[in-house]
Ligand binder design. Structure first.
Ligand SMILES: *Cc1c(COP(=O)(O)O)cnc(C)c1O
Length: 394
């Protein structure tokens, strides 16, 4: 059988058997509308309440602080738009975010800028960690919301969210974190972490695509994004996607149980990094320590990332350049540019993201497949020819 290795778990993850099994009966028999007053509706309502309570238990928060959405992007949009629209009346219309956020945050901020809301985009250091002094200076008494991602989707860098909360709260601003990549990789206890809002997405943690969640702390009020019926405590209209909500609850419970098994993923990640760093003219992107367990992002000079992906794909390895979201454009990744990788080098980066589903054999296969691909591509590059010539001279 042809080899197949899925190493693009930051783009999406396979829905696991236990999640499918949790959702199956909802599709088949419990298809009622939770808002209906009759038996079928009451049955669905009980399932919805149960899923919400189980998710609250995972995060040590209240069930009433959990709002289901259609995806991570919607949660990001809602948190930021909702906050500035609500708080502008109180003289707070300013947004502080970073240069390395996911497009769901960055493009929401850009759109709000056009509507007249000022935005400050804070920079990061060479490893992708937010510049704390720059952040502190950016937050003013006009700032409505500080939006900083918990962990970066491209380079896997984990941000100091607790400290950032302190800075935001010291100026009376709300603190929002896009935790889409962090969930399942970091134990998030919302009874301790003082964020006001937190976004997550189902399909990055082995639930289906098309289900997301926004945590909104009790006492925090933001404008609604989706108008309609009275679902989700009158704050997010739309008949609840019960099967996917049940799938999300299951996926979050499993992810929490498996936090203790992440050591295995970290070992695979580090073996992969170590092996790929042996390739000359390579560079690890992102922080070596404050890094998501499954994230490998390495730049190879004198290589076109797209050609590398193509050859990996032919060999049955699913990987990604920068991020899947920007792969349709030829612009180099905004994250790599923000950490100071020059344009020409940003193009030669590969992102390999592992999950619990990956094996040591997968790592072996990548390590035996990728180096010859790099060699082949470099041998076709005139720039590489120069490098070799100069080496021979020296
Ligand atoms: C995938 C991702 C999103 C978007 O989630 P969707 O459910 O695909 O809309 C937002 N932020 C980060 C960091 C992500 O990785």
């Amino acid at each position: 059988m042809a080899k197949f290795v899925y190493a693009d778990n930051a783009a999406t993850t396979p829905v696991t058997r236990e999640v499918i099994e949790a959702m199956q009966p909802i599709f088949e028999t419990q298809w009622g509308n939770p808002s209906s007053l009759h038996a079928k509706g009451r049955e669905a309502k009980a399932i919805l309440d149960d899923a919400r309570s189980r998710i609250a238990a995972v995060f040590s928060c209240k069930p009433t602080e959990i709002y289901f959405t259609s995806c991570g992007s919607e949660s990001d949009n809602w948190a930021i738009r909702g906050a500035v629209k609500r708080l502008a009346a109180k003289g707070r219309n300013h947004i502080v975010t970073t240069k390395i956020e996911h497009p769901a945050v960055l493009n929401t901020c850009r759109a709000l800028e056009k509507e007249g809301y000022p935005v400050t985009y804070v920079g990061v250091d060479e490893n992708g960690i937010v510049l704390m002094d720059e952040l502190r200076n950016a937050i003013t008494d006009k700032t409505a919301i500080v939006a900083v991602m918990y962990a970066n989707n491209e380079i896997g860098t984990i941000e100091p969210i607790e400290e950032i909360c302190e800075l935001a709260h010291a100026k009376g601003a709300l603190m929002f974190t896009d935790a889409v990549q962090a969930v399942g990789n970091i134990d998030i206890d919302l009874s301790k972490l003082p964020v006001d809002m937190l976004a997550l997405s189902g399909h990055k943690i082995h639930a289906p695509k098309g289900i997301g969640m926004l945590y909104i702390r009790k006492g925090v009020f933001i404008d609604n994004l989706i108008s309609g019926g009275g679902q989700e405590q009158r704050r997010r209209a739309g008949t609840e996607n019960l099967p996917y909500i049940v799938g999300l609850a299951k996926a979050l419970e499993v992810a929490k149980e498996k936090l203790g098994e992440l050591d295995r993923v970290v070992k695979m990640r580090d073996r992969l990094i170590e092996g790929l760093e042996k390739i000359p003219y390579s560079r690890l992107n992102g922080d070596r320590v404050k890094r998501l367990p499954g994230n490998v992002n390495i730049g190879f000079e004198f290589i076109e990332g797209e050609s590398m992906l193509l050859w990996l794909d032919i060999a049955g390895i699913c990987a990604s350049t920068g991020s899947a979201c920007s792969s349709a454009s030829l612009e180099p990744s905004h994250v790599l540019l923000s950490i100071g990788v020059p344009h020409e080098k940003a193009h030669g980066s590969v992102r390999l993201t592992l999950s619990h589903e990956n094996t040591e054999e997968d790592v072996d296969y990548i390590l035996e497949t990728l180096p010859p691909i790099i060699e082949k591509l470099r041998n076709m590059s005139p720039l590489w020819e120069e490098v070799v010539k100069n080496q021979n001279k020296a």
